[in-house]
Design a protein around this ligand. Sequence first.
Ligand SMILES: Nc1ncnc2c1ncn2[C@@H]1O[C@H](COP(=O)(O)OP(=O)(O)OP(=O)(O)O)[C@@H](O)[C@H]1O
Ligand SMILES: [Mg+2]
Length: 296
Amino acid sequence: MRPAARPSKLDGMTTNSTHAVELTAVTRRYGAGERAVTALDAIDATFRAGTFTAVMGPSGSGKSTLLHCAAGLDRVTSGDVRIDGTTVTGLSERALTRLRRDRVGFVFQAFNLVPALTAAQNVALPLRLAGRRPAAGEVTAALAEVGLDGRAGHRPSELSGGQQQRVAIARALVTRPAVLFADEPTGALDATSGAEVLRLLRSAVDRHGRTVVMVTHDPYAAAHADRVLFLADGRVVDELTGPADAEVIAVRTARLESAHRSSRGGGRADHGSVVGHGAGFGHGNGFGPLTDEVAR
Ligand SMILES: Nc1ncnc2c1ncn2[C@@H]1O[C@H](COP(=O)(O)OP(=O)(O)OP(=O)(O)O)[C@@H](O)[C@H]1O
Ligand SMILES: [Mg+2]
C-alpha cells in the first residue's frame, strides 16, 4: 500500500491543505478572434498532497498548458488555481514569483540546467535566489539523493542526459516544494536513464511525502503514478485511479487517441504547433522564473 495524503509535517514540509494543487474551472485561451485556441476548457482537478499523478493525452490536448497554469508559470484566462492553499489568481507578480520559488519545483524534458554552473551550483541556485546560503552539506545531500554526489563539480556539458535530469530533479526538490511538476521528464532519455528518473520521482513521493504531477506519453512511465488523468481537447476525459499497469494505460491511451482522431475527421493528431512549449513560455533560458529573477 502506498501512503495516502499527508497533511502533517513531514521531512520539513508543512502543507496547510490536503490538496497540494487545486484547479477550479480553469480555462486558458491563447490568441483572439478566429485564431483563438482554447488550450484548457473549464478544467476541475485536484492533486492530493503526497501523491503521484501522471497526465496523458494526445499532442496538443493541453498537458503542458495544464502544468504551466497549475505551477503559476502561466496565467489562466478564467478560473482559479490554488497552490498549497494559496489562490494564485490575482496575486501580484512579486507574490507569484515568491510562491513559485518556494512552493513549486519544475522539471523539463530538456533539463534546462544553467550551462555555466556546476551541478552543485545548479542545485544551490533556487536557495540562493531565495536569499539563502545553503546549509553545510545541503547541496551534497540533494545530489547524493539522486546518486550524483561524485559529480558535484561537473558542468552540464560534462554529464549524460540522465545525469543532467537527475541534477534538475535535485534542484527542483532542494527547496522542499509543495509540488513538483515534470513535463515529459523522460522524453529525451534512453530507457535505463528514464527508469532511474521515474524511480527518483516515485521515491520523492514515497520517502519524502512530496507531490508529483508528471506529463508523459509513455504508459510505462505513467505506470509509476498513483493516478492517471487523460486530457483531450483541453478537458479531463478519463481517469485511472490506483496504480495501473502499463498495458491498461496503453489501452486507454489508444482508445483516446482513436476517439480524438475520429472527432477530428480521421486526420492525424496535431503534432506541429506545440514543439518547445515544455521549455516554459519564453522564460529566458527555460529555467524559468528563477533566472528571470536574477536578471531583474
Ligand atoms: N503560447 C501559445 N500560443 C498559442 N497557442 C498555444 C500556446 N501554447 C499552447 N498553445 C496551443 O494550446 C494547445 C495545447 O498545447 P499544449 O502545449 O498544452 O499541448 P500538449 O498536450 O502539451 O502537447 P504535446 O504533447 O505536443 O506537448 C495546442 O493547440 C497549442 O497549439
Ligand atoms: Mg506538451
